[in-house]
Design a protein around this ligand. Structure first.
Ligand code: FNR
Length: 350
């Protein structure tokens, strides 16, 4: 309905210019130090970043994680960023298709296949909307945009900070199990900035989930976004919880240890460049994911600005591989690294 559309627009405005990345939050990627190799004995061209994902082959292990859809403005964001992903061989996700489930006339704002015919494309729906839609309803959302897979998002922290948000989180695993059975390798389960930890990840994998985006703490905070929209006591609780979550570095390292090598892992949540992408890959991610930096660049200068931002990221990622003497992510993972400070404490507990 219109309130959903208005809320989405407020969300986009806040994400474009608001203080949605609380300065005191950290991914803890600053505690990860890749080790310099003074004699790389390789050329930049020797770096092979290609990666399988959703039955396709990416040219670089990067996912533009799901953000938006449902309005004309959102449609432009989706098309610009999908085209960018197509050009550079990345994966791309649309935002929550709830608006489209409620109003099929809004499908066009999620439809990117004409500009991104071959991109590895993810649809997106919230866990609790998926309960209402059922397996067939979720499949229709995926098929309507020609997606290769479906992202199921978890956002309990955001819902509890949203005055109109959900207050009952029962029945989640049962739906995940049904979706995993129906979608197999095409299902991805993601958080939205509070992180998936090893216990939840293990359970998801036991139920058949094969792709997980840990989406940890340290980047866009949806609790903060809701805090900025809220008033009174709701805003106070939002302020208190806007640093809640599992830092991205702790989430990805502990989840990789918990689930074994065959599960595809994405690390998003505050990953802000090529070197940070290399760090999450070294810690066990198959793909690094990013939302806010590419969204902001697109809002400020359209596709050219987003492409500039992406080139900086890709250059930094290649540079990190060369400077660790790694031709591939597989080699990067085998290099020694130093883990210091708070991340060491987190990993001792997880
Ligand atoms: C998001 N995110 C998100 N996630 C999701 O699963 N469905 C959605 O509809 C949205 N919407 C959305 C809008 C905008 C503007 C942003 C910035 C983000 C969350 C996103 O996919 C990601 O998990 C987090 O934002 C963490 O990554 P960054 O932003 O710190 O790189």
């Amino acid at each position: 309905d219109e309130t959903t559309a208005r809320r989405k627009d407020a969300h986009l405005d806040l994400c474009a210019t608001g203080d949605v990345e609380p300065a005191q939050n950290s991914t803890l990627l600053e505690c990860v130090h890749l080790i310099h190799c003074a004699m790389p004995e390789m050329a930049v061209e020797d770096v092979d970043l290609s990666t399988p994902f959703l039955g396709k082959r990416l040219q670089a292990p990067l996912l533009v994680t799901g953000m938006t859809g449902g309005t004309d403005r959102a449609g432009v964001v989706n098309r610009d960023l999908a085209l960018l992903a197509e050009r550079h061989g990345l994966a791309f996700g649309v935002g929550s298709q709830r608006a489209m489930a409620e109003h099929p006339s809004r499908t066009a704002s999620y439809a990117v296949r004409d500009v991104a015919p071959t991109v590895a494309l993810l649809g997106n729906i919230g866990l609790y909307q998926a309960i209402g839609l059922g397996v067939d309803g979720v499949r229709r959302l995926m098929d309507a945009i020609g997606a290769d897979g479906m992202a199921l998002h978890l956002n309990a922290g955001q819902e509890l900070t949203q005055p109109e948000g959900d207050r009952d989180f029962r029945g989640g695993y049962r739906v995940v199990e049904e979706l995993a059975r129906a979608f197999g390798e095409r299902l991805l389960v993601k958080e939205t900035g509070c992180g998936i930890g090893p216990d939840v990840a293990r359970r998801l994998v036991e139920l058949g989930v094969r792709n997980v985006d840990v989406s940890g703490l340290g980047g866009t905070s949806w609790v903060r976004v809701e805090q900025l929209r809220a008033a009174g006591s709701q805003a106070q609780v939002g302020a208190e919880f806007s640093g809640w979550g599992i830092p991205t570095a702790a989430a990805i390292a502990s989840v990789r240890k918990a689930v074994g090598p065959e599960v595809r892992l994405v690390a998003s949540g505050g990953v802000r460049g090529g070197l940070e992408s290399a760090k999450v890959l070294a810690l066990g991610a198959d793909l690094a994911g990013m939302a806010l930096p590419l969204f902001r660049a697109q809002q400020q200068g359209g596709l050219p600005a987003a492409e500039e931002a992406l080139k900086v990221i890709l250059t930094g990622l290649r540079q990190a591989l060369v400077l660790t003497g790694s031709r591939s992510v597989a080699q990067l993972r085998q290099r020694p690294r130093v883990v210091t400070g708070a991340l060491k404490d987190w990993l001792a507990a997880l």
